[in-house]
Design a protein around this ligand. Structure first.
Ligand code: MN
Length: 141
């Protein structure tokens, strides 16, 4: 089981791996704004649990397990941002998804995915919900 912090590392490594041939410790350090020694420590933990292959000064390679979980973590973050947009939250989607993602059970993530998928194939319901929210807001003002 990964800690929230290690989940974030793996999530960012996976995100980088989609656009970069080689992911380096400095990429992660810059993106997460964390000092190199802390990043290195986290990478060793991910390596010890077989999510990545990493040697000092080396590049970071995702294992099959790392790719699978990394894909899930990125998709989960994306899903939560879509969900927040769908329910018309006026929050900062990225920051809010970041706050939510590590603390919801997979049962709730699955349920949210069902709702987002349902709304995508039923634009009428989505529109009805938006109209409802707007009418509430206009009654208030
Ligand atoms: Mn996170």
């Amino acid at each position: 089981m990964l800690t929230p912090s290690l989940e974030d590392y793996l999530e960012e490594i996976y995100r980088f791996s989609l656009s970069l041939d080689t992911v380096r410790v400095t990429d992660i350090s810059n993106r997460l704004n964390v000092a190199l020694p802390s990043v290195t420590k986290a990478l060793y933990k991910l390596r010890d649990e077989s999510y990545i292959k990493y040697e000092r000064y080396g590049v970071i390679m995702l294992t099959d397990k790392g790719k699978e979980i990394g894909y899930y973590l990125v998709a989960r973050n994306q899903l939560l941002q879509e969900f927040l947009a769908l329910i018309c939250s006026k929050c900062d989607f990225a920051a809010e998804a970041e706050a939510m993602e590590h603390y919801l059970s997979t049962a709730t993530i699955d349920a949210i995915k069902n709702m987002v998928d349902f709304m995508k194939v039923n634009p009428f319901w989505q529109q009805a919900f938006h109209d409802f929210i707007e009418s509430k807001a206009s009654r208030k003002s």
